[in-house]
Design a protein around this ligand. Structure first.
Ligand code: G6P
Ligand code: ZN
Length: 543
């Protein structure tokens, strides 16, 4: 089979964000759009000849067509071996696991994470490096530069590979190995989590619901929870990955996973509830009658991780993104382990993990992970929770309440103002920055500003500095408001306002979150002049 070199002209909009190139499906469907971008990636992969590449995606609309194109282009580029998930599927954490385990040079991960799918939804392509994590900005900028000047791409024309059957075939000289998308990942989980203890938990009558939201984690959760751990059939609901996620918005939070929330808050709630997102890296944890915030979940996993075999020796440290609540900080302090506060974005954890400075990390945006791979990992978080429940033999809500009693509770909420016009959203942030020096000492309703800044991060490993990562306002009353603009939206700007208040008194741990945070909300709205500058009186989403 011969390689064809096809002339092409650049598209001007192929600059990858933190999570690769994410656009509407319709944009990717333009002729040569996918080919140009993949060629620009391959042109930046050094040492491709003779090496192994991983390809897989979350099964959303257009996944399989892009997998076939990527296979033929990878063959033209001289990769010796390609590992591709059966039916073109690989969750993001599984892709990271496969890249590491098989010493691949990297992988193409096809996903737009928690964004809706289907022909009118979103699609995405990102490249992960040999450590299994997303490419750094130096790489993605080089890809953008290449894509902006591209004149041709190379492809081996030929019949599509049969992705339904596990096994080997060839495109030209390249061996294509269609792999079971679950096997390597399940094996890794078995090393980290006490599968016997969790099986015993299910045998004892423990019941849970895992809502896969018709996205990629369905096959993983079914194989591991129902298959290996003996959870009853039906534990995993919405378990079939669908190109449009069955119409679900596959973002595991109380708003989008409302069916699970309703069940867990109702009289028929099972012992435990969990959900994951489109590509399987996010997680949501719900105890009976109690939603566990991702910030609390990180703190609780940090204090209990040693109960699982993979972490029995203890943790070297923990990191959280800046807007994530300060709950994990207190646990780190008590355990005497490293603690880091990073900007939003999983990539900031990579250096800390590679250097062994941390073992666990997490974000308020429902991502939790550890040093086992270089992506966040939804199902892993659920399994670690199950391990903890199995060993402590306590209900999940009791674990949360005991955690609050020991460390205090961080009441926490996030207000999103979506699809704002870009100019006023930027002006709001600029105005906030401009008045930072005047805020300390000022009173807003019940609260007085103690200190504030525009968060800048110096990476402790390579000393690189990342400025302007969000405005932090700390109040004397141990409350905090954080403002930042989303880096992942696909239309307009999204303002995120993160609100929290620390409550050490256990007698005040069962109050409604919105009520406790009302003074913080009012102060934040006043300081940022949200209504005046955005024209919105209410956030579009509250989680
Ligand atoms: C992606 C990244 C996360 C990050 C999130 C923030 O999901 O993988 O690491 O926390 O985006 O999104 P935002 O829209 O708040 O910039
Ligand atoms: Zn995701």
């Amino acid at each position: 089979m011969a390689t064809t070199r096809v002339p092409t002209t650049p598209f001007s909009d192929q600059r990858p964000g933190t999570s690769g190139l994410r656009k509407k499906v319709k944009v990717f469907q333009q002729p040569r759009y996918v080919e140009n971008f993949i060629q620009a990636i391959f042109d930046n992969v050094e040492g491709a000849k003779g090496s192994t590449l991983v390809i897989g995606g979350d099964g959303r609309y257009y996944n399989e067509a892009v997998v076939q194109t990527a296979l033929k282009m990878a063959a033209a580029h001289g990769f010796a071996r390609i590992l591709v998930g059966q039916k073109g599927l690989l969750s993001t954490p599984a892709a990271s696991c496969v890249i590491r385990k098989h010493k691949a040079i990297g992988g193409l991960v096809l996903s737009a994470s928690h964004n809706p799918g289907g022909p009118d939804g979103d699609f995405g392509i990102k490249f992960n490096m040999s450590h299994g994590g997303p490419a750094p900005e130096s790489f993605t900028e080089a890809v953008f530069k290449r894509a902006s000047a591209i004149t041709e791409y190379a492809i081996v024309e030929g019949a599509d590979i049969d992705l339904t059957r596990i096994g080997e075939s060839k495109i030209g000289d390249t061996v294509v190995h269609v792999i079971d998308p679950v096997a390597d990942y399940a094996e890794l989980m078995e090393q980290l989590i006490d599968f016997n203890a969790v099986s015993e938990l299910f045998r004892s009558g423990f019941r849970m619901r895992f809502d896969a939201l018709n996205a990629i984690t369905g096959p993983y959760a079914k194989a591991i929870l129902e298959g290996r751990l003996g959870a009853p059939a039906g534990t995993v609901v919405n378990g079939e990955p669908m190109p449009d996620f069955g119409g679900h918005h596959p973002d595991p939070n109380p708003v989008h996973a409302h069916d699970l929330m309703e069940l867990m808050m109702g009289p028929d709630a099972p012992d435990f509830g969990a959900a994951s997102d489109g590509d399987g890296d996010r997680n949501m944890i719900v105890a009976r009658g109690l939603f566990v915030t991702p910030s609390d979940s990180l703190a609780i996993l940090t204090s209990h991780a040693h109960l699982a075999p993979g972490y029995a020796k203890g943790l070297s440290g923990v990191a959280r993104s800046m807007p994530t609540s300060r709950a994990a900080d207190r646990v780190a302090k008590k355990l005497g382990i490293n603690f880091f506060e990073t900007p939003t974005g999983w990539k900031f954890f990579a250096n800390l993990l590679d250097a062994g400075l941390i073992t666990l990390c997490g974000e308020e945006s429902a991502g939790t992970g550890s040093n086992h791979i270089r992506e966040k990992d939804g199902l892993w978080a659920v399994l670690l929770w199950l391990n903890i429940l199995a060993v402590t033999k306590k209900p999940a809500d009791q674990i949360v309440r005991e955690h609050w009693a020991a460390y205090g509770r961080d009441y926490y909420t996030r207000h999103d103002y979506e699809e704002l016009e870009t100019a006023p959203a930027n002006e709001l942030m600029d105005a906030l920055r401009a008045k930072l020096s005047t805020l300390p000492g000022q009173r807003f309703g019940e609260l007085t500003v103690q200190e504030c800044d525009d968060f800048a991060y110096t990476d402790p490993v390579d000393q690189s500095v990342t400025p302007k990562q969000g405005i932090r306002i700390l109040f004397k009353e141990d409350a905090r408001a954080v403002f930042r603009l989303s880096g992942t939206g696909t239309s307009g700007a999204t303002l995120r306002v993160y609100l929290e208040r620390f409550e050490p008194n256990a007698e005040r741990h069962n109050l409604p979150t919105a009520g406790v945070l009302a003074p913080v909300t009012e102060a934040a709205n006043a300081i940022a002049e949200i209504a005046k500058r955005t024209g919105r009186n209410e956030p579009s989403v509250i989680t």
